[in-house]
Every structure is written in C-alpha cells, then in structure tokens.
Design a protein around this ligand. Structure first.
Ligand SMILES: CCC1=C(C)/C(=C/C2=NC(=C\c3[nH]c(/C=C4\NC(=O)[C@H](C)[C@H]4CC)c(C)c3CCC(=O)O)/C(CCC(=O)O)=C2C)NC1=O
Length: 169
C-alpha cells in the first residue's frame, strides 16, 4: 500500500535526490487538500449505502436491459453481485482519496478484474457508467458540504474507469 507521500519519497530515494522544488509543490498540494479529502471520506462513509443503491437505480434506469432476461445483472444473485461490486469500487475509491494515490486500486481492485469480467460476461461500459454516476453523486454531496474545489474526487474514479476501459492491443 502506498500514499502520495510514500510514493514521492520512494521516487526520490531511487535516484538519491533531496526533495526539490517539484517535490515541495506536490507535497504542498497534497497537504492543502488533506482536510477536504478527510471530509469527503466522512461524507462517503455516512452515505455509502445510499450512494450505492441510488447509483444502481440510476444505472438500471438508464440501461434497463441489464436487469432484463439475458442481461448480466438479471436474477437477484447477479443484481446483488453488481451492487456489491459498486460497493467495492466506492470503498476502495475512498481509501485512494485519503491516500491521494491510486496504488491501492491497482493492487486490490483492478488486478485481473478485466479478465474476470470478460470471462463472466460482465459488460465493462455499463460498469464504467456506474462508477461515473457514483462520482457525480459524491461530488455533489461534497459541494453541498461547502467544499468548492472537488477536483480531487475525480482521481480514483477516473483511474478505475481508465483501467477498466483500456483495450488490449
Ligand atoms: C475488491 C475487489 C473485487 C472486485 C472488484 C470483484 C469483482 C467481481 N465481480 C464479480 C461478479 C459480478 N459482477 C457483476 C457486476 C455487474 N453486472 C452488470 O451487468 C453491471 C454492469 C455490473 C454492476 C455495475 C455481476 C452481475 C457479477 C456476477 C456474474 C456472474 O456470476 O455471472 C466477480 C466474480 C465472482 C463473484 O461473483 O463474486 C468478481 C471477482 N471482486 C473483488 O474481490
């Protein structure tokens, strides 16, 4: 597991460098957003069940074929598996938000995920859309809590979506 600080130190240590101007800027930006990151994690924690349920509802409203016969989220078992996956994405995104680093997502969530999804026929594009809906919902909640710059929220969600969407060459 790594966070913004340990990742930075690791990179500098590899080349035996002191922390330079660039490092200071990166550290400053991480610490400056620290309070907002913690506040966002608190908001997510207080609303996790609602975020997952509502995002799922919106996703199935937009793409009702997912829960019709033949759809990948059809049957209660698969419907629950889908919402459980959304819950995983949300929980790990919260860890990455606080860490200011996407390493935890690579290590615990994304490794082998596309292969698993492909072998089970879980469609990637709707999953990406579900993650996008959660991101939007959280950004709105965080804004409503008075945090004006919510750009730091994007990182973990965009990272998961980028990795999920990546095409094999
Ligand atoms: C913490 C890291 C972690 C992740 C990310 C994870 C994902 C994950 N999702 C799975 C299944 C699944 N995932 C979905 C998800 C969906 N189907 C849809 O149509 C929607 C687009 C989408 C929800 C948004 C479904 C329906 C299954 C069950 C598929 C099946 O068994 O046929 C499976 C196969 C095993 C199982 O059913 O539990 C894994 C491993 N497991 C993990 O341990």
């Amino acid at each position: 597991m790594q966070d913004a600080v340990t990742t930075l130190i690791k990179n500098y240590d590899v080349s035996g460098r002191y922390l330079d101007r660039d490092a200071m800027d990166q550290l400053q930006s991480y610490f400056a957003s620290g309070t907002a990151r913690v506040a966002a994690a608190g908001i997510i924690n207080a609303n996790a069940a609602t975020i997952v349920k509502e995002s799922g509802r919106q996703l199935f409203d937009e793409l009702p074929e997912l829960i019709r016969p033949g759809g990948n989220a059809y049957t209660t078992r698969r419907y629950s598996a889908c919402l459980r996956d959304m819950d995983y994405y949300l929980r790990y995104a919260t860890y990455a938000l606080v860490a200011g680093d996407t390493y935890v997502l690579d290590e615990r969530v994304l490794q082998g995920l596309r292969e698993t999804y492909n072998s089970l026929g879980v469609p990637i594009a709707p999953t990406v859309r579900g993650i996008e809906i959660m991101k939007g919902m959280i950004k709105q909640m965080v804004e409503e809590a008075g945090i004006t710059d919510t750009s730091f929220i994007d990182q973990p969600f965009d990272h998961m979506n980028r990795e999920l969407s990546e095409q094999d060459i």
